[in-house]
Design a protein around this ligand. Structure first.
Ligand code: IPM
Ligand code: MN
Length: 326
């Protein structure tokens, strides 16, 4: 049966790269039908719509969501991020943000499993005495045993299916409450995965290893904010953000999972036809993995890794990859 995919091109270069991703999925012989959603910064500026609950309800019944990028410089920070992207992650319970980094020539091949529904992103906090000299702002980090454990378990399962090595990244020497919860949960689950070797890095040390020795990693599991920062660094050391793909997963499959490149809407190059669609195409491959289309996903990854596909221009790159996946 054809997969039903909700498509949100979004803002800036989003629609340009998503078009190439869908072109490649078709070329790989996967049958799908799309439902388009016009949402993002531009839609918000036009009529104030961000993400109606009725749309989230429609999404629950789809097989997957494929997203380009959202955000425009004219909208204040947080409006689209919280109202659209984070709402999507929270409401659909997309509790794993999976971000792979591969640079075969350099021996780099690791995944970051980023907790995607809690931590500093939860929205806990507020102002006191706002706009006075005594103003106070707090922004808490929310860590639940259930939320940490399900994410850690996903990471152990993933490590088991790969090279059998899992590193917890946190800052347990300073974040003694949340770090302790993560550490204890990790230690308890470790007992069930005797075949997986484990390690621990403080997040600052992990930044050094990302730059100097990323080959040491197989799977990393970390909290939401550390994962956000580390995965930009991961992209930078493994071919650039033009290759960084991601999956926002609901492994329990109680709602559609969402697939998008790590990069943003890049308003500076919008409409010029020069954005690299490879990250979006690799995100489509992750979507196909999740939909059980493993063979097509592998063909797409192989084509993306072929230097011959890295030609000039968004459409030309999409065509070069599409020509190799049939
Ligand atoms: C990402 C992005 C988002 C995040 C922003 C746009 C809310 O940076 O997906 O990494 O911080 O999670
Ligand atoms: Mn980010």
């Amino acid at each position: 049966m054809a997969h039903r995919i909700g498509v949100m091109g979004g803002d800036g270069i989003g629609p340009e790269v998503v078009a190439e991703g869908l072109k490649v999925v078709s070329a790989a012989g996967v049958e799908f039908e799309t439902v388009d959603y016009d949402l993002g910064g531009n839609r918000y500026l036009r009529d104030g719509t961000i993400l109606p609950d009725s749309v989230v309800d429609e999404w629950r019944d789809l097989d997957a969501l494929y997203v380009g990028a959202v955000g425009t410089p004219d909208v204040p920070p947080g409006v689209i991020e919280r109202g659209l992207l984070l709402k999507m992650r929270f409401d659909l319970d997309l509790y794993v943000n999976l971000r792979p980094f591969v640079l075969a020539d350099a021996g780099i091949d690791f995944c970051v499993v980023r907790e995607n529904t809690e931590g500093a992103y939860a929205g806990e906090g507020g102002f006191l005495r706002k706009d006075t000299p005594q103003e106070v702002a707090t922004q808490g980090s929310v860590n639940t045993r259930m939320g940490v454990e399900r994410c850690v378990r996903y990471a152990f399962d993933l490590a088991r299916s790969r090279r059998g090595h899992l590193t917890l990244v946190h800052k347990t020497n300073v974040l003694t409450f949340s770090g302790d919860l993560w550490e204890r949960t990790f230690a308890e689950v470790t007992g069930e995965y005797a075949d997986v070797e484990t390690a621990y890095n403080h997040v600052d040390a992990a930044c050094i290893y990302f730059v100097q020795d990323p080959q040491r990693y197989d799977v990393i599991v970390t909290d939401n904010l550390f994962g956000d920062i580390l995965t930009d660094l991961g992209g930078a050391v493994s071919g650039g953000i033009g290759f960084a793909s991601s999956a926002n997963l609901n492994p329990a499959r109680t709602g559609a999972s969402m697939f998008e490149p790590v990069h943003g809407s890049a308003p500076d190059i919008t409409g010029k036809g020069i954005a690299n669609p490879t990250a979006a195409i690799l995100s489509a491959a992750m979507m196909l993995d999740f939909l059980g289309e493993d063979a097509a996903a592998d063909r797409i990854r192989t084509a993306c890794a072929d230097p011959a596909t890295q030609v000039e221009g968004t459409v030309a790159i999409g065509d070069a990859i599409a020509a190799r996946v049939g």
